[in-house]
Design a protein around this ligand. Structure first.
Ligand SMILES: Cc1cc2nc3c(=O)[nH]c(=O)nc-3n(C[C@H](O)[C@H](O)[C@H](O)COP(=O)(O)O)c2cc1C
Length: 161
């Protein structure tokens, strides 16, 4: 698959097979993800692999579609409010790099906002000087949904004088 196909065909997966995803593959996609752009080379991302005890405490309504692997991606704050924001944006790029690398390898992801609440951040042990960018469910897709329609990008383009 070329990069455009990977970008266009990736879907959020909400039903996974329970087959294990080899850890060395996940590490290789995380290694690729770290090539995300990041201002001043802060490399603000960190990854927690979520074990069964912590996962049960999150109490997600579908247990993340039975995904065999669950990770949390957090982003370190910077020296200023601007750096904190830039770091969060860089970490979102890291997450999408990971999602696309996994998809190219036949593995789907579900980027969940479950970590937005203070309670879930406490369960995950997110330090005070970090933002939680997402909890990612990872696994082989059981069901690949149809693409959700998008607005033509021509409606989103403005030509400045
Ligand atoms: C930052 C972020 C948070 C998201 N959180 C959730 C979520 O909590 N629950 C959910 O069902 N989908 C979540 N999604 C996935 C979107 O719902 C999904 O990307 C969107 O429906 C488009 O589907 P697609 O990714 O298959 O194109 C999130 C996506 C992003 C980028």
């Amino acid at each position: 698959m070329n990069v455009l196909d990977v970008i266009k065909n990736r879907r959020t997966i909400k039903k996974f097979k329970t087959d294990a995803v080899p850890l060395d593959l996940i590490y290789s996609w995380l290694e690729a993800a770290k090539m995300a752009p990041n201002h001043r080379m802060t490399e603000p991302w960190e990854v927690y692999f979520i074990g069964p005890e912590t996962r049960a405490k999150l109490n997600h309504k579908t247990d993340f579609g039975n995904a065999p692997v669950l990770i949390a991606v957090i982003s370190k704050h910077g020296a200023s409010a601007i750096e904190k924001e830039e770091n969060a944006l860089a970490t979102a790029c890291f997450v999408q790099n990971f999602n696309l690398a996994a998809w190219a390898g036949g593995v789907g992801t579900f980027w969940s906002s479950i970590g937005v609440t203070a309670k879930n951040q406490e369960i995950l042990g997110v330090p005070e000087n970090y933002d939680l960018i997402g909890v990612l469910a990872i696994g082989f897709p059981e069901l690949i949904p149809d693409p959700k329609p998008r607005t033509s990008i021509m409606n989103k383009i403005k030509n400045l004088p």
